[in-house]
Design a protein around this ligand. Structure first.
Ligand code: PRT
Ligand code: ZN
Length: 283
């Protein structure tokens, strides 16, 4: 039986639960329980604050965890990063009041910086050989410069809206982050087998995100041109239609490319373009 630690509430909770569900792992509805067992997969879920997940996994109380890479780096407990899960994307950046001219990382020499991520910041400045005063605060980091607590901040940025609202400009990106699957180092072989099953299910779910299934009818003399427009993972499926002189092409394409590809296919005489949702992509 594997135990996985998920964030109990917050930005990663919903997507983590959704990932497990899409991977075919049922969970009990009552998310207020601290520990719940899956009825159809040898796994139980432990719901925790994200700050506690790296340590819980590192010491083996949970075998696995889903948490932001930023928390893994900040806490610095020995865990294995097994898989990037592609949600909860953000970056950790330095920002200063927008009216101040920025001259490069040496700008921060001797300055005060407010952050909830002192560990990552300390390591960054150590590498750059810059000395600054790090002021650790738990929340509302972005208001620190305006109340005179710090000259700049180091915080999570996603859209950048919070920085703009607080009159700050992002000047250095220190790291990218997304939700990652972490594991206790040296898990026994029988647990690793279940972990591999879980990871390949996650891979299928992640790969099918943002993909669509396209079916299109093409005159036989335009097939080569159509195949040049439609990218494909291996080779697209080509099927003759009952109407001689026509074939159907089936292919998996990126959702972002649907309209562009459809327009180009129509230009070369393609007809009946059908776009379908993709449930799973199991390779
Ligand atoms: O209660 P618990 O301790 O479990 O949760 P928490 O409050 O510590 O964390 P939570 O739920 O806010 O975030 C969990 C994780 O989501 C983070 O550790 C990141 O890995 C990831 N993540 C992704 C984000 C963001 N995007 C994000 N935008 N975490 C926080 N933010 C905040 C950021 O702190 C800033 O205040 O959003 C603001 C910036 O957003 P923009 O879009 O205005 O730039
Ligand atoms: Zn937290």
């Amino acid at each position: 039986m594997l135990r996985i630690a998920l964030q109990s509430k917050g930005r990663l909770n919903e997507k983590s639960v959704e990932l497990l569900r899409e991977a075919g792992i049922s969970l009990e509805e009552n998310s207020r329980r601290l520990l719940s067992r899956s009825p159809n997969f040898p796994m139980e879920v432990l719901y925790l604050r994200d700050d506690d997940i790296p340590q819980t996994v590192s010491c083996g109380i949970a075998d696995l965890g889903i948490v932001g890479l930023n928390e893994v780096k900040e806490r610095n407990h020995p865990v294995e990063v097994l898989q990037h899960l592609g949600f909860g994307k953000c970056r950790l950046s330095l920002a200063i009041p927008k009216y101040i001219e920025y001259t490069g990382p040496e700008f921060f020499e001797g300055r005060k910086i407010a952050t909830s991520y002192p560990g990552i910041l300390k390591a960054y400045f150590k590498e750059k050989n810059i000395n600054c005063e790090i002021r650790e605060i738990a929340g509302s980091v972005e208001i620190s410069p305006s109340i005179g607590l710090a000259d700049g901040i180091f915080d999570i940025v996603s859209s950048g809206g919070t920085l703009v609202q607080n009159g700050l400009a992002e000047v250095e990106k220190v790291m990218d982050s997304d939700a990652v699957l972490i594991g206790t180092p040296g898990l026994p072989e029988e647990k690793m087998q279940t972990v591999s099953t879980l990871m390949s299910r996650f891979t299928s779910v992640i790969r099918s995100k943002g993909k669509k299934y396209m079916l299109v009818n093409v005159p036989n003399d335009r097939i080569d041109e159509a195949l040049a427009i439609i990218p494909s993972m291996k080779s697209p499926t080509l099927l003759p239609l009952a109407d001689k002189g026509w074939s159907a092409i089936h292919a998996v394409i990126d959702e972002s490319e649907v309209w562009d590809k459809a327009a180009r296919l129509k230009e070369i005489g393609a007809e009946d373009i059908l776009i379908l949702s993709m449930e799973k992509l199991i390779l």
